[in-house]
Design a binder for this molecule. Sequence first.
Ligand code: NAD
Ligand code: TYD
Length: 380
Amino acid sequence: MNFKRNIIITGGAGFIGSHVVRLFVNNYPEYKIINLDKLTYAGNLANLKDIEDKPNYRFVKMDICDFDGVYQLMQDEHVDGIIHLAAESHVDRSIKDPFTFAQTNVMGTLSLLQAANQIYSASRIPHSAFKFYHISTDEVYGALELTHPLGIEPPFTTKASSGKHHLAYGDQFFTEDKKYQPHSPYSASKASSDHFVRAFHDTYGLPTVITNCSNNYGPYQFPEKLIPLFINNIRHRKPLPVYGKGENVRDWLYVEDHARAIDLIFHEGKVGETYNIGGFNEWKNIDLIKVLINTVDRLLGRKEGEDMDLITYVTDRAGHDLRYAIDSSKLQRELGWEPSLQFEEGIEKTVRWYLDHQEWLDNVTSGDYQKYYEEYYGKE
Ligand code: NAD
Ligand code: TYD
């Protein structure tokens, strides 16, 4: 079968990647979607059960660092688009094992860029169609302060350059021209990969685009990250380890809104550009945790708030960034993207999903999910 486009999505078995793969496979039957994933601890093919038999989907188990394998795959599949999400993504793991982060996030991205550039330069594919889209994080910009302009206690209402009013914990935001100042080994490795992507655009003319997104939440997130970990712990009445005083601020976006932004930017984003993605939705960790406790309690028929005593303050994360806050005005202005969900709606949906998918969580926490590849695709 001839497809209109042949697109590799890396990291498609992970949290955000699985939403992006599902969206592309369902919305673009005329595209072939090749999910390239190494299946590390964070890769779970059960995330994609509903689309794995579709004729426009192929899974390839491969390490992005395997240059020869990646190059061959791009050649065999006549690839004209790469949406690159594969990465080591957890800050706490990066503090314990920075080498793996440099290997996958920096060397792996370089391997993909080099292969894509060789294919692009030699290919007969119309150059206007080719795109290398690199998915990155707001954490590359470093940390913002909590500020009190005019003596107002945060959060206070402010107005973005898009004209949108929102609550904020400071008067500074991450815009696309903000200086990179990563603090964790994770953000340092992502910053480095972003620099390589720009270098390939500026040096070789590879048509690239980069987006830097705020914290995502929603179904299929590995339960080492705050929201799924805490939902699971509240359900099972296990302690909730709050780092430091719980005063850190994160800017949260529902994962399907990120996937929609990726679709839009892949098709309409300007080559060589960077777009920040975020929902103007800042939350102090401790306030978010209280919302999670109330929501889980209510949905389980418990008395709202009865599990507040699970909150356990623990030693702070080393180098813990105080505040992230994305200004996504450029994306809203230039491409018309808007988040579709209010946070309260998104959290309710997310909590319901984890409560309804205890089996998914149990498979992940027991390690059984790692057997799925062999069960479905057979022994290697
Ligand atoms: P994740 O950890 O859930 O998934 C990562 C996926 O990449 C897994 O399927 C894993 O198997 C795969 N992978 C890891 N190393 C690989 C390698 N060497 N070769 C091939 N595949 C490999 O991550 P996520 O949260 O879905 O994040 C996806 C991307 O989005 C990352 O690049 C991350 O930096 C970025 N991002 C994440 C967030 C967030 O809040 N989660 C926010 C902004 C940006
Ligand atoms: P996380 O989900 O790891 O995302 P990131 O570090 O990329 O922002 O953490 C979100 C916030 O929650 C962050 O400020 C660290 C904090 N946190 C805790 O307080 N306890 C936890 O057990 C975890 C995993 C995170």
